[in-house]
Design a protein around this ligand. Sequence first.
Ligand code: SAM
Length: 224
Amino acid sequence: MDFEQEVAPRLIAAGHKIRDEFTERFLALKAAGSKEAFSPLLGFGSREQDLGPAGYDPKAPIKFAYQVKGAVVTVRRYLPYFAGVKRGFEIGVGAGYLMRSLIDVHGIAMRGCDIDIKRLGVYRAIRAELGLTDLVTEQRIEPRRPVVLPPDTEAVVGFLPAWTAKWDLEDYQWFHTDLKRQRVRRMFWQMNANIDKPEIRAYFDSIGETPVSEDNRRFVIVDL
Ligand SMILES: C[S@@+](CC[C@H](N)C(=O)[O-])C[C@H]1O[C@@H](n2cnc3c(N)ncnc32)[C@H](O)[C@@H]1O
């Protein structure tokens, strides 16, 4: 399937539909003085004082519905590097823009995990729009605990991995050794700028390729 003609418009339509529906519900609940307005089900943030100029907490999940065009730019940039992968597993799928594109453009048999699947309403709703609900299961990644993978997973994908914020170098080494034990051959990673510590960066530089120079080495491919 062609990314520009078919996939990107579908991602944008899904994000904007959820943006509009959720904004209407959020504003109605807020106007009624209901605490539900600040529930994770809606994903606008947990407190009125955190709402930014756009009307939501800039760190809250609803940003993935408002900023879907930015997500499309990211996917477009990295998608070519996934050619040839047959079976993949994505950790922290979120809205699922990347997962939908990997399936549609490269025909990759994708599965993935996320946390609080029932509570985090924005991610759940966008994934449902994109037809990904049944491909994503609940699994919380913890340091030094094996990721449960479907059989024959060839590649593991992690984009903006919030879950590694407190990992040290040994945690990453443990994780990579364990993926290798599970016969994963390749890892595709987009470093989260907020948590990208120098020693972790140096480690990734020593074991992986960073093929996209203009993005300040945030995208890493590791052959395990
Ligand atoms: C910053 S979002 C990125 C989403 C998506 N990968 C992207 O690039 O747009 C982080 C995602 O990781 C999930 N997550 C957070 N902690 C996790 C954990 N310990 N295990 C698995 N997923 C986690 C969140 O629910 C969210 O979907």
